[in-house]
Design a protein around this ligand. Structure first.
Ligand SMILES: Cc1cc2nc3c(=O)[nH]c(=O)nc-3n(C[C@H](O)[C@H](O)[C@H](O)COP(=O)(O)OP(=O)(O)OC[C@H]3O[C@@H](n4cnc5c(N)ncnc54)[C@H](O)[C@@H]3O)c2cc1C
Length: 397
């Protein structure tokens, strides 16, 4: 869908969760959205994703909750355990009091299930155009518009560009010369058929086992048919020179780190596929996401370490906000982008910073932080949500 002069009104670079949610949100607000994705298909990796009420409220507004509810799981509790001693640390009740407070249940699902639901809603919408095999090479701000050049030499003139192209965003190069920061932790993750799980698991709970320089997250996904596991640890073999090699964060370290863990954790670790690991990256928050008619969204704007399970949630919040600001400003791109980043930068920067701090609290091996953490954890009751309000309660009307 193009304007009379052949320009694309709004081009979204990247068809991940952020880009797809933005396309749907814009289309539902009455604005045509054109997504270009470098991969031959729209797909996600085969692992789980946690969605908190702040993101679920946006997804509800996009009309996709009935479809998501068919495949999602709503855990009864989030249980924190000590990875080595097996001691129970605290429980967050995700039941009625949680839902009453935040208007949504905490929800976990397969990443592809979320992407499929967004993709199908986008395909059903007349205002969304989707293209695969479209790798963007660079983006230029032209003042009243933008020029996007593809790897095959083709170009698009656009009225507005939203860079939702992830952690290694090319669009971000227009705004900053920073690069992702490896925090020396790596993750192994994957989903298994529930029947293959030999460790004793609580079918309805999400469990996070925390300990020195490591943690393990477990929860059921896809109607409870699959069990998702993420094991994270700090690699002692990391060196900046080796960052882009596979000489660190190797499977042998996964076993070394969890060798001192309690039996249920060791049993869970033995089930991991060791073919691929993910390096935990983030970047320093930016104080500007926009140049002229080009802005950023999702990991391209605010990549964060995953310890608050908020990267995708923040991308979804971005999508809702962007569409709301386009509508509020009658499609005026300059005003919409300015209002969008004024709302989103402080919020997402706070989440980026707290995610780092939360990781330190989980992984600390000193004499003070774990003692204080465990004492605070032990004192709270399961329906004490005081420390979650800043993140899960609505941030704007
Ligand atoms: C181990 C782990 C666990 C996590 N768990 C959670 C969780 O439970 N909850 C949560 O909310 N978040 C979680 N996250 C974070 C979450 O995965 C990301 O924040 C989220 O997927 C970002 O979505 P995005 O659409 O912004 O970027 P991406 O998913 O990276 O999508 C970017 C898209 O852009 C495309 N692209 C890139 N460059 C180009 C180009 N030049 N041209 C065209 N297309 C391009 C890519 O192919 C990709 O499809 C986790 C992250 C990790 C590593």
């Amino acid at each position: 869908m193009t304007n009379a002069d052949g320009t694309i009104p709004i081009l979204i670079i990247g068809g991940g969760i952020g880009g797809m949610a933005a396309a749907l949100a814009l289309a539902r607000a009455g604005f045509p959205a054109h997504v270009v994705e470098q991969a031959p298909e729209f797909t996600e990796i085969g692992a789980g994703l946690q969605l908190a009420p702040n993101a679920l409220r946006v997804l509800e507004g996009l009309g996709v909750m009935p479809a998501l509810d068919e495949v999602a799981v709503k855990p009864r509790n989030l249980v924190f355990m000590h990875a080595d001693t097996g001691e129970h640390l605290t429980t967050i009740d995700f039941g009625k009091p949680f839902r009453r407070r935040y208007g949504q249940s905490y929800t976990v699902m397969h990443r592809n299930d979320l992407l499929d639901v967004l993709l199908s809603a986008c395909r059903d919408h007349d205002l969304v155009t989707l293209e695969n095999n479209r790798q963007v090479e660079d983006v230029q701000d032209l003042g009243g518009g933008a020029l996007v050049r593809f790897a095959d030499g083709d170009t698009y003139r656009c009225g507005a560009v939203v860079g939702a192209d992830g952690l290694w965003s090319r669009t971000r190069r227009l705004l900053a010369d920073d690069r992702p920061i490896a925090d020396t932790y790596v993750a192994y993750r994957g989903a298994l058929p529930v029947a293959e799980i030999t460790a004793p698991v609580e079918a309805d709970d999400e469990i996070i086992w925390i300990g020195p320089h490591k943690h393990l997250v477990q929860y059921p996904i896809r109607r409870g048919e699959l069990y998702n596991q993420v094991a994270v640890f700090r690699s002692r073999r990391y060196t900046p020179e080796d960052e882009f090699t596979d000489r660190w964060g190797v499977p042998a370290e996964l076993d070394e780190h969890f060798a001192s863990s309690c039996e249920p954790v060791k049993a869970a670790i033995s089930l991991f596929n060791r073919d691929r690991r993910w390096v935990m990256y983030d970047r320093e928050p930016l104080d500007n996401w926009t140049r002229g008619r080009v802005t950023l969204l999702g990991d391209a704007a605010h990549p964060m370490v995953q310890y608050l399970a908020q990267g995708a949630c923040q991308a979804i919040e971005d999508a809702g906000c962007l569409a709301r600001q386009f509508a509020a400003h009658g499609g005026d791109v300059d005003k919409a982008f300015a209002a969008y980043q004024a709302e989103r930068i402080p919020r997402s920067a706070l989440v980026q910073r707290v995610a780092r701090g939360w990781g330190r609290v989980w992984h600390d091996n000193g004499d003070v932080i774990p003692v204080l953490r465990d004492r605070l954890f032990a004192r709270r009751s399961p329906d004490d949500y005081t420390d979650l309000d800043w993140l899960y309660q609505p941030v704007s009307s």
